[in-house]
Design a protein around this ligand. Sequence first.
Ligand SMILES: Cc1cc2nc3c(=O)[nH]c(=O)nc-3n(C[C@H](O)[C@H](O)[C@H](O)COP(=O)(O)OP(=O)(O)OC[C@H]3O[C@@H](n4cnc5c(N)ncnc54)[C@H](O)[C@@H]3O)c2cc1C
Length: 377
Amino acid sequence: MDRANVVIVGGGVVGCAIARALSARWDDIFVLEALPKIGMATSTRNSGVIHSGIYYPPDSLKAKLCVRGNELTYEFCAAHGVPHRNCGKLVVAASTQEANDLAGLMRNGQANGVEGLRLIGQPEIREREPHVAATYALLVPSTGILSAEDLVKAYARVAGDSGANIVTNAKVDRIEAVPDGVRVHTAAGEIETRCLVNSAGLFADEVAGLLGSKMAEHRIYPVRGEYCELVRARQDWVRGLVYPVPHHLRMSLGVHLVKTVWGNVLLGPTAHYIDDKNDYERNREPVKDFAQAARQLLPELTVADLVQSYSGIRPKLAPPPGERDGSASANAITDFIIQRDPEFPQVVQLMGIESPGLTSAPAIAEFVKEMVGGILA
Ligand SMILES: Cc1cc2nc3c(=O)[nH]c(=O)nc-3n(C[C@H](O)[C@H](O)[C@H](O)COP(=O)(O)OP(=O)(O)OC[C@H]3O[C@@H](n4cnc5c(N)ncnc54)[C@H](O)[C@@H]3O)c2cc1C
């Protein structure tokens, strides 16, 4: 049987970033991924935005890890040839009330340490995004975009170059605590490890359940986000990133416009609770509903300007509105959970790694490395 210092369950962007960080310091690091390739789940089904960190409550893990992750992600992309662009973004106000909300958003971002934020008026909005309708906007210079697929592959490649073992088709189906570690059973065989990192995304609650941990009580609710794309003839209507003002009760940042590194323009993602964590396609939303939402940002848009695109699924810790009991943990907005398991201290649990997880991945990796250091000491 193989013996590891650390086994990471899940080969998404977070698991691969953690493998890169750990393999720089320790040998015998393994990533176990259920699917035939790394990064096939949430990590490559997103907007590909390098977030700045303006939205999250100060002192939350999301705020700290996003702001740090923004800096580290740009550095990593530049050093390892990951296609990316620091295009900045506009958060646009559709009413006087929303214009007031922009000032609050700017103060929150500043409290989180986001630099260069500036409120701009119509002339500058027109100059930056001639087709977007808005009288006020918050300009966020540190936001950017990247190729998520290339990012995951690059983290995995660097980890592999440092000696990490990335094993695909290795679904973890049983975990048992043993003296000084954990024994992990997978479709590809068994392995014993001194430390286990649960980075299984949508399935992190189920992986915690395999261990018999009480942390499995942090149930993960799948919330699907769907995208449309502008047809090729309309791609020049959008130059960068355009977001609406987020509503504090919304489950996401709102349907936005993203010019990708490849030049196509995405519109989305929507947000709907679903029953099945693997259901990307059933009952897709009609394109006409996207057109209606998008006209708030791009008034010229018609249904004929849009085609259906892919979808992704958020690992939400907040239950659907009907099941919320008013407690803090039942809010629509929750923080990342990243901690050593109180019952199984050789295990680090990561739960609810929704947006901005892609951006935060290298900062999450630094944070987890500290915890692993405590376990392997
Ligand atoms: C619609 C949408 C838009 C988003 N946009 C952005 C954005 O623009 N910017 C941003 O920063 N973030 C964004 N995010 C969030 C970001 O995509 C996620 O936070 C990030 O991808 C989470 O990565 P992960 O590695 O934790 O999860 P995943 O990518 O889901 O990886 C987990 C892996 O674990 C594997 N696994 C599960 N169970 C097992 C098991 N038993 N054994 C072995 N392997 C297992 C899975 O197959 C999977 O590959 C978005 C998310 C969504 C859904």
